[in-house]
Design a protein around this ligand. Structure first.
Ligand SMILES: [Zn+2]
Length: 278
């Protein structure tokens, strides 16, 4: 399942390839993705120019002059671009855009393939981004200026929830999935089961810094695989960075040489070093 670093990598891959391109044709083959696709609004993009691409949480957002197109990759979605050469539709390809340009390049095809159809495609007016039902209640971006130790400390106050679960709550902070939550707690030397309300300001500071560095490292790892997206099958893949604890139960801790432990928390696999994390 694509996590924030993968989505960021997809956005960085798309940006130079679609910015300033004109959408010449839109085809929607299936409108029953996770939410119904507003087909008329998507078709109305024909003739419009893409002015940029950005990301919010795990949503890819294509910018147009007046409208924004939201794409979610769901569990298995792939979004990629390739030179247009009359490619036949793939079995699980649900929509595609024919693009002219940018910069006088030949025609390209933007394709969306998703076997499980948990993805999303929506269109809204630019100024409605913060009110969109999928976006309005999201917490701050982990790499942005609004994610601070003070914000985390206030979110933790009085809470008995385990800190790992709180870090995975998208209303508090977006993009810290199950793998990154375990890794963040390890880097911050905080035990994942600690009740959030017991954390000190210093611990919140370490956790915010750790969440940033874990995700930034993952994005950097994705950037290093970016070149592979362009050649070959042209499909952005999902990558895995070097992990300290996730999936390493029973192996030696990279920091103290103790054994990495494992438990289930809220039904999710959770990994930690009992020697390093208090
Ligand atoms: Zn350790």
């Amino acid at each position: 399942m694509p996590e924030l670093p993968e989505v960021e990598t997809v956005v960085r891959y798309l940006r130079p390839r679609v910015t300033a391109a004109r959408v010449a044709e839109v085809h929607v083959r299936r409108a029953d993705l996770r939410y119904p696709v507003p087909v008329d609004a998507v078709l109305a993009l024909q003739g419009c120019e893409i002015t940029g691409v950005h990301r919010r949480a795990k949503y890819v957002l294509f910018d147009f002059t007046e409208r924004t197109v939201l794409v979610h990759l769901g569990m298995s979605g792939r979004l990629f671009i390739e030179p247009s050469m009359g490619q036949p539709w793939e079995k699980h390809e649900h929509w595609r855009w024919h693009l002219d340009g940018p910069n006088g390049d030949g025609p390209h095809l933007l394709r969306y393939i998703d076997a499980r159809r948990f993805g999303a495609l929506d269109v809204f007016e630019n100024e409605a981004e913060t009110r969109h039902p999928l976006l309005e209640r999201l917490g701050p971006e982990p790499l942005g200026p609004l994610w601070t130790p003070t914000v985390l400390l206030e979110a933790c106050a009085g809470r008995t929830t385990a800190i790992k679960q709180l870090l995975m709550d998208g209303h508090i902070i977006v993009g810290v999935g199950n793998i990154y939550a375990s890794e963040t707690c390890f880097r911050a030397a905080t035990h994942p089961l600690r009740p959030a309300g017991t954390l000190s300001a210093a611990e919140c500071e370490r956790l915010v810094a750790a969440s940033r560095s874990v995700l930034q490292d993952a994005i950097d790892a994705g950037g290093s695989t970016l070149k592979d997206f362009v050649g070959g099958d042209a499909a952005p893949g999902y990558f895995q960075q070097q992990l300290d604890v996730y999936g390493r139960q029973g192996q030696r801790c990279h920091r103290c040489s103790g054994l990495v432990g494992h438990c289930s928390l809220g039904g999710r696999a959770t990994y930690f070093c009992g020697g390093c994390q208090a």
